[in-house]
Design a protein around this ligand. Sequence first.
Ligand code: NAI
Length: 444
Amino acid sequence: MNNKIITIIGAGPGGYVAAIKAAQVGFDVNIIEKGPFGGTCLNIGCIPTKAILYPLSFLNKNYNRMGIMTDKMKIDLNKLNMWKKGAVNKAVKGVELLLKKYDNIKIYKGEGKLINNNEIEVNGEKIKTDYTILAMGSIPSIPKIFDVKGVWTSDNALELNEIPEILTIIGAGVIGVEIGFIYNKLGSKVTLIDVLDHVGGLNVDEDISSELEKILRGSGIDIKLNVKVSKIEKNKIVLENGEVIETSKIMLAMGRRAMIPQWVEESGIKIAKNKIVIDEKLKTTMENVFAIGDLIDGPMLAHKAMHDAVKVINNLEGKENKEYPIPSVIYTHPEIASIGMIEKEAREKYGDEIKISKFPYSANARANCTKELKGFVKLISFNNKLLGAHIVGENSSEMIWGFGVIMGNALEVSNIENMVFPHPTFAESIHEAILGINSNYIHI
Ligand code: NAI
C-alpha cells in the first residue's frame, strides 16, 4: 500500500481499468458509479452491438452452397434480445467481480461530485481523496431542433424492442453505419443521411469510405449524402432541398458529447469545445485531478479510454508511457479496421513521395476457401516507414493491432518484409500489402 487514496468517478472501460491498475500498484481506491458497471461500452455500445452482429452474420452466409442444408432462416427478436442481454450481463457482472477481487477497492453506487481536489461527495457522504480521475464518458449529441419525442438514439435502437418498417438514420458515421447495418439485417428498410459527401464520419480514408458505401448499398441500405436536414417530426424528415422523407422511425447518430455535469463547470476546471482540458499527463487544470476517455480530446473509443487509464496510473507512479497509434474498427460485414494516417493526411504532410500499396482479399487463399472475398488491405508509407494501415475485410478487427507494433516502434518496411505469416490466413493479405510497398507482390 502506498497510503494514498485515488477516487474514480465513472466505471466505464476507462474508470474500471483505472481502478484495477491503481489497486494493483497499492493505492486505496474508491470507484463511484451511478449506473451499471461498464458504462456505454458494456451496456449500450460495443458489447451489445457485437453480440447482435454475431448471429446476424449467419444471414450473410449461403450455407446451402457450402453443402450445409438449412431451411429458410428467420429472426426471433425476443431470443436475439435475450442473447444480447446475456452477453451484456456477463460483461457487467464480470467487471463487478474484477473490482471486488481487490480488498483495496471500495465501490460506491451513486452520483459522485467533485467538491475540491481533496473531497468528493457521493450519496450525501463526503469522501477524502488524494487524487481524482474523472471518467464519466459521453452521451449522444442531440441538437435542440432534433430533440423530438419518439426519435431514437443508438441507446434506444440497442434495446431491440421493435423492428421499424422504415428506419431513417441521421448521421452516416460509425454509429449510423453499425446500427443501420444491424437493422437492415433485421428487416427494416434503412436510409442513412449525412451532410458530408461520404460515409464513415470525418476522418476516414477515401478508399475505405467508398468501399464501405459499396458494401452498405450492396446490402440494400439507401444512402443520401451532401444533404442537410432542416426539420424533423416524429415520422418525417424535411431536407433543406425541400424533399420530405416519411419514415416509421428516425434515429440520430450525429456524434456524441462528453458527459460534463454542472459540478465540473462549477469546479473551475477548464473546459474547451465541450472537452475537459488536460496536460500531457492527463491532468486537468485542477491539481491532482485527471480526466480520461471521452471527456478529453481524441477518439471516443473504449480502448483509448482504457489506455488513458493506464497512462494516468503510470504517470502517478513516475513511469514512462510509450505512445502507440490507436486503432479503430467499424463492425460491418466485412469489418473495417484502421490505424494511423489516412491517405489525404499523409499526402498533405509528405507530398507525392508517399507510397500506397493495396492487396485485394479476392487474391487471398483463405478468402477463396470461405468466399469472404470483399475488401482489401491498404498501406500508406513514406521513406520506408508505415504511416497508415486500413483493412476492409473479414477478421480485420483481429489483425489491425499488429500495425500498432510496426508503427509504434517505427519499424522499417525492409525489416518486416521477411516476416512469416501462417498459410492460409486472411493475414497473408497484410504480408502481400507490405511486399507491395516495393512492388514485390507475389499473388497479384
Ligand atoms: P461520428 O462523428 O462518427 O459521425 C457523425 C456523423 O453525423 C458525421 O458523418 C456527420 O457528418 C453527421 N452529421 C452531423 N450532423 C448532421 C446533420 N445535421 N445532418 C446530417 N448528418 C449529420 O459520430 P457517431 O457515429 O455518432 O459516433 C460517436 C462516437 O462513438 C465516435 O467518436 C465513434 O468513434 C464512437 N463509436 C465507435 C464505435 C466503434 O469503434 N466501432 C462504434 C460506435 C461509436
